[in-house]
Write a protein of this length. Structure first.
Length: 219
């Protein structure tokens, strides 16, 4: 995954590569013409240049031309994609977003989140599990609050280990205590950088989460 930090440098490299390809093609063209001219000029009148060889040389040169043109077109497409990524980066960097995530690392800062509870929910219970699957914190969320936080506190009285990944399960219940389902929190954080991999854009966040750009919501 390549993190986008500067589009100007990428554009310069792409332009230089394209220019280099065109220059190389020009050199190949001149060499081909010189070779062809020398062959025609110095051929034996009694045994002229084999037309089959001549056609093969033309085909080889044509293939080379097509390859260079394709490379140039690909470079142009790459430049446009980098331009688009740079534009998106300028629109998203530093923005507050929410990401639905069942797991998140503890960064040492409060984990802030909201929930999208199903209809009829009267009670929501947060359970946090460590990497071994052990429940380390349980809390009934205040239904009057839209935003909730976990400060890393553990039921044992300790504090979560920094950079360890924890699982967040939120069980929802109706007024009769019927379990409506388990959901994941909408973790609220800020975008720190944008990266691209195989044509897909991802965001890196202050909460240590990485998510596809299409899966996040600006808040």
């Amino acid at each position: 995954m390549t993190t986008v930090t500067s589009t100007t440098q990428t554009q310069t490299q792409s332009t230089a590569t394209s220019s280099s390809s065109s220059q190389a093609f020009g050199e190949e063209f001149n060499s081909f013409i010189k070779l062809l001219t020398a062959q025609v000029r110095n051929q034996d009148p009694l045994s002229p240049l084999d037309s089959t060889q001549f056609v093969e040389q033309l085909a080889t040169f044509s293939a080379l031309e097509q390859q260079v043109n394709s490379n140039t077109n690909l470079q142009s497409i790459a430049t446009m994609l980098n331009d688009m990524t740079g534009l998106l980066a300028s629109q998203w960097l530093g923005q507050s977003v929410s990401i639905e995530a069942a797991k998140a690392p503890y960064t040492g800062e409060d984990v802030t989140f909201s929930i999208d509870a199903p209809g009829g929910t009267e009670r929501s219970v947060l359970s946090i599990l460590d990497s071994s699957g052990q429940t380390v914190w349980v809390e009934t969320l205040d239904p009057e609050e839209d935003i909730h936080t976990w400060n890393g506190a553990l039921a044992s009285g300790g504090t979560a280990t920094k950079d360890d990944v924890y699982t967040f399960n939120i069980d929802t219940y109706d007024a009769d205590g019927t379990h409506l389902g388990t959901i994941s929190p909408q973790i609220r954080t800020k975008v720190t950088s944008i990266a691209s991999e195989n044509g897909v854009l991802y965001v890196n966040t202050a909460a240590g989460l990485v998510s596809e750009l299409a899966s996040i919501t600006k808040i």
